[in-house]
Design a protein around this ligand. Structure first.
Ligand code: ZN
Length: 323
């Protein structure tokens, strides 16, 4: 029997969103709550509460399972959380804890892979066999799809495309490395550049967008100022586009994808940054590989829930021998 629903869980640094999802990708019921800051078990309890809330209207037998996306490096084969910079979940057996309470099968993966799977099944990459997904937000994540399958690497830790080196001996990255893409184009990186610029150019709208206080400048202040036409803010984001484009050159040369899907809060708010990245990639990638479409993700905030649900359906079907 094919189960009609799956539960998708999107664990974020700020909030946890859960949805009951139909096979065709409709979110039937969803619920969200702020991510508790009081330790790993509070996070797990919140996941379980939300799962119970959204699945209360469906029979247990109608639910294929639960997929959980975590902003962490996940050993997919062991289903363990290896490194997690924003949440205290490293080493916590999230899968077993949720499984024992919910009595449903649980599969975990990192949030970048989930977003890619969501866009592949229900969004901008529907039908694309070879594509890259890159999410630019608080962190920079993504996923690689090859031959219609997510590429996870030998332990499931692959696809960390936010952690390629774009600058030798460059800025420190939250992962502990230096000069990685995430250290230049993520929300905190843009905020830091915005504070520098606000201190240096007091006439810039960045300072006004932050209420006149340099320390209050966030990435949103830069995005807001750029949208109002402020040149300094636009320059910061175009430079991010240049750097992102350089990283894409490497990915395109290696993987020769058909499509690159760009999502995440920063990318959504700065079209021209994504356009610049696409221009740089198309000008500099090796000949023969440049006809790559660079498109925006279409699932927005639901990408994580939908991708996680798609993973739960896939795991269920693999178990049932459904193809
Ligand atoms: Zn890094």
């Amino acid at each position: 029997m094919r189960s009609s629903y799956a539960v998708g869980v999107d664990v974020g640094g700020t909030r946890i969103a859960v949805g009951l999802v139909e096979r065709k990708g409709r979110v039937v019921k969803d619920a969200k709550r702020l991510t508790p800051k009081t330790g790993p078990f509070a996070v797990v309890d919140t996941i379980i509460d939300l799962v119970e809330e959204v699945s209360s209207g469906a029979h247990q037998s109608e639910i294929a399972g639960i997929g959980i996306g975590v902003p962490a490096q996940i050993d997919f084969l062991r289903q363990s959380v290896e490194f997690c910079t924003n949440l205290p979940l490293a080493g916590v057996d999230v899968r077993s804890l949720v499984m024992s309470r919910s009595k449903l099968d649980v599969t975990i993966d990192n949030d970048g892979h989930m977003a890619a799977l969501g866009e592949s099944r229900y969004g901008a990459a529907k039908g694309a066999r070879d594509f890259l997904m890159i999410t630019v937000g608080t962190g920079v994540g993504g996923g690689i799809f090859l031959n219609g399958e997510p590429y996870r690497g030998s332990r499931g830790l692959g696809g960390e495309i936010g952690h390629v080196v774009v600058q030798l001996d460059g800025d420190p990255c939250p992962c502990g490395g230096t000069g990685h893409l995430e250290a230049y184009v993520s929300r905190p990186a843009i905020a830091a550049r915005g504070r520098q610029a606000a201190a240096q150019f007091s006439g810039s709208d960045i300072l006004a967008a932050a209420g006149g206080t340099v320390d209050a400048v966030t990435a949103e202040s830069v995005l807001l100022a750029a949208r109002s036409g402020d040149e300094v803010a636009r320059e910061i984001l175009l430079e991010c586009g240049d750097i992102l484009g350089r990283a894409l050159v490497g990915f395109v040369n290696i993987f020769n994808p058909k499509l690159i899907v760009v999502g995440g809060g920063i990318a959504e708010a700065a079209d021209f940054m994504v356009e610049r990245a696409a221009e740089v990639m198309q000008a500099e990638a090796l000949a023969g590989r440049r006809d790559v479409s660079v498109v925006h993700a279409v699932l927005g905030n639901d990408a994580g829930i939908l991708g996680a649900a798609a993973l739960a359906f896939d795991e269920y079907d693999a178990h049932q021998g459904v193809h």
